[in-house]
Design a protein around this ligand. Structure first.
Ligand SMILES: Nc1ncnc2c1ncn2[C@@H]1O[C@H](COP(=O)(O)OP(=O)(O)OP(=O)(O)O)[C@@H](O)[C@H]1O
Ligand SMILES: [Mg+2]
Length: 411
């Protein structure tokens, strides 16, 4: 009989720490323990080996990035010795500072750990995340809006309450399971310390977390209203998503209808228990932000900015930086247009003004596949194609006919 060897997710021998898995919050606890016991043995320098990691999720990348930054500031050397190329590009060793990396941010914000310090950083990050999400995956009504709301609230909390200069964030799209995962963390005072002097006076760290998700609970009514964490919890719950809030030794986990709490987890330090907010939403389940937030309807600027005075949404292709030459660009623009329609159910005018020529693959990916998705009749009800010159018309005509013929063949 073959003996199955279980591989430890994090393994330390002397000052060498081998991280084998980065797909579960438990990996973070085990990493913290490895450093804690290593330090206890007198080590001040650790060699980290990530070479066996096959996939890395935000709920491990972000806390690890926070921890590495924290220990470096404390004078503990953490040297990454081996790391697969894809993980190097997530910058867990030294997260990218938003203000120094605008060009990376405009390319794609996903799969990178970012450091943010103020509301300008938060704004840029949220815009970029939402842009990437809407171009990369089809989302049911309200998902993008819900995500935007949650990201703003959770990152704002770091700035308002953590009492530390920076927070960390990473987002990821899981295309196969159609989920979007985000994690935000900080090494600050933690939820318990922030709330303990307030009228709510939680007795234990785990009570502080369960209080923070209640409506109206805020450390100071002069500053906040206690909507952020409550809204996050309601929105994720309404989507049957997943939410894990960890602060100091305490953690609250909601997986669909199941709720569990933990109160003895390892954490950074008494002064810096930090906060980790880890959430996932299902792109295929509608979210009603207004229902989740008890009737309050946030303004959807993404849609409003496109609307003309006749209530038609104008989508100008010439303004899209990805261009009209490649299949990839066609796919990204198609996703964005489908998401705009899912959220608005309004007529969309696709404006070709200023575009001299497009590639046939772009035309197929954008128009051909939209016609197939909605059916010819519905397509003509939802979309208007405007300002196409003769060449563009001919290319679109040919691509759409081929795509329709193909779809008739394959059924
Ligand atoms: N990152 C954090 N660090 C420390 N404490 C936090 C953090 N996030 C939330 N909290 C605590 O949880 C409380 C509730 O947060 P919540 O976002 O619900 O309300 P608020 O930020 O006070 O008000 P609002 O979100 O309506 O502006 C905060 O007042 C604060 O005490
Ligand atoms: Mg808040």
């Amino acid at each position: 009989m073959e003996v199955q060897k279980t591989v430890l997710d994090v393994k330390r021998s002397q000052n060498i720490i081998v991280v084998n898995k980065m797909n579960h919050p438990a990996n973070v606890s085990n990493f913290l323990k490895a450093i804690f016991f290593g330090k206890k043995q007198g080590f001040e320098k650790f060699i980290l080996d990530f070479s066996n990691v096959k996939s890395a999720f935000p709920n491990v990348c972000v806390p690890l990035a926070s921890i590495i930054t924290f220990y470096k500031q404390e004078g503990i050397d953490l040297i990454i010795n081996k790391m697969p190329e894809y993980l190097t590009r997530s910058y867990i060793e030294s997260p990218l500072k938003v203000r120094d990396h605008h060009s990376e941010l405009s390319r794609s914000a996903l799969d990178i750990v970012w450091q943010f310090c103020n509301s300008d950083d938060v704004n840029l990050l949220v815009d970029s995340f939402i842009d990437d999400v809407s171009k990369n995956i089809e989302c049911q009504k309200g998902v993008i809006e819900g995500l935007t709301w949650c990201l703003n609230e959770v990152m704002d909390n770091v700035i308002q309450h953590s009492k530390i200069e920076a927070g960390y964030v990473m987002g990821q799209i899981h295309k196969t399971s159609k989920h979007i995962a985000f994690c935000i963390s900080d090494n600050g005072q933690g939820i318990y310390n922030s709330l303990k002097e307030s009228v709510h006076a939680p007795r234990y760290p785990v009570d502080a977390i369960t209080l923070s998700i209640e409506e109206g609970v805020t450390r100071d009514t002069k500053i906040g209203q206690g909507n952020g964490m409550w809204g996050l919890h309601e929105i994720v719950k309404s989507n049957s998503g997943r939410l894990v809030i960890t602060s100091g030794p305490a953690s609250y986990m909601m997986l669909g209808d199941e709720i569990s709490t933990f109160n003895k987890l390892p954490f950074l330090s008494k002064e810096n228990p930090g906060a980790i907010i880890d959430f996932q939403v299902d792109c295929e389940k509608e979210i009603s932000v207004s229902d989740a937030l008890g009737g309050y309807e946030p303004v959807n600027l993404r849609i409003e900015n496109l609307e003309n005075d006749q209530g038609i949404l104008e989508y100008k292709l010439a303004e899209k930086s990805s261009g009209t030459g490649t299949r990839q660009s066609g796919e990204r623009i198609r996703n964005e247009i489908i998401n705009i329609y899912n959220d608005s159910k309004q007529v969309i005018e696709i404006d070709f003004g200023g575009i001299a020529v497009i590639s046939s693959s772009f035309a197929d990916e954008l128009i051909g596949k939209l016609v197939i998705k909605y059916g010819f009749f519905n397509f003509t009800q939802i979309f208007r194609l405007k300002n196409m010159n003769q060449i563009v018309q001919a290319i679109v005509h040919r691509s759409v006919s081929q795509r329709m013929a193909e779809s008739l063949k394959t059924g």
